[in-house]
Write a protein that binds this ligand. Structure first.
Ligand SMILES: CC(C)(COP(=O)(O)OP(=O)(O)OC[C@H]1O[C@@H](n2cnc3c(N)ncnc32)[C@H](O)[C@@H]1OP(=O)(O)O)[C@@H](O)C(=O)NCCC(=O)NCCS
Length: 165
């Protein structure tokens, strides 16, 4: 498996293999954020096909409570492995490790991950990787449905941190 930062050409392949609803794919939005210097969008490849991704958000978590409790903490977000049968084979662990490596290369000593309260398996993975609960918060985000409707979501989450990296 190989992990690379997303390129403009990769966005179409991500849409093809790991599609998202709506007219503007979340891969395109993450790539645009990377172009703006706000994040690094990492893609995991197996036999030339994208099988996972994570967004290392240098700007940190948007939630004010998280920012107040731990200022300057980059956030590992948008972590997913697809198709489902490739899960539990270490791809997620490798992606998180690659994001941490990028943070260390910037002389950062901390990284955070937000996890939904109803995702105990992901929480167990992050605990195993050394992430500890910092603060609970509400993750507010919106996405465009297949029919073009904007859906507003609010997910109760825990923000976890690993320090030192
Ligand atoms: C969470 C996720 C990215 C982990 O990637 P992965 O490649 O399966 O992770 P690894 O193989 O390195 O580690 C596996 C561990 O992750 C967790 N996990 C496995 N399958 C999972 C699933 N379907 N959903 C959530 N967590 C899962 C378990 O703790 C698992 O432990 P196990 O290997 O003893 O079964 C992946 O399972 C996934 O894409 N889940 C759906 C999207 C999601 O929940 N993203 C996280 C948002 S915070």
């Amino acid at each position: 498996m190989e992990i690379t930062a997303c390129t403009a050409a990769d966005v179409a392949l991500l849409d093809l293999h790991m599609g998202s609803p709506g007219r503007t794919s979340f891969h395109a939005r993450r790539f645009a954020r990377q172009e703006a210097g706000e994040c690094t969008y990492l893609v995991a490849w197996l036999d030339g096909r994208p099988v996972g991704h994570t967004e290392m958000r240098w700007t940190g978590c948007a939630d004010p409570r998280v920012r107040a409790v731990r200022p300057g903490c980059p956030e590992i977000g948008g972590l997913a492995v697809w198709p489902e049968e490739l899960r539990s084979h270490g791809i997620g662990t490798t992606l998180v490790g690659a994001a941490e490596q990028l943070a260390r290369a910037r002389d950062l000593t901390v990284a955070g991950i937000g996890v939904a309260k109803d995702n105990p398996r992901a929480a167990a993975l992050y605990a195993r990787l050394g992430y500890r609960p910092l603060v609970d918060y509400l993750d507010r985000y919106s996405y465009e449905d297949v029919d073009g409707t904007i859906r507003e979501c609010v997910d109760p989450c825990a923000f976890l941190v690993k320090e030192p990296l």
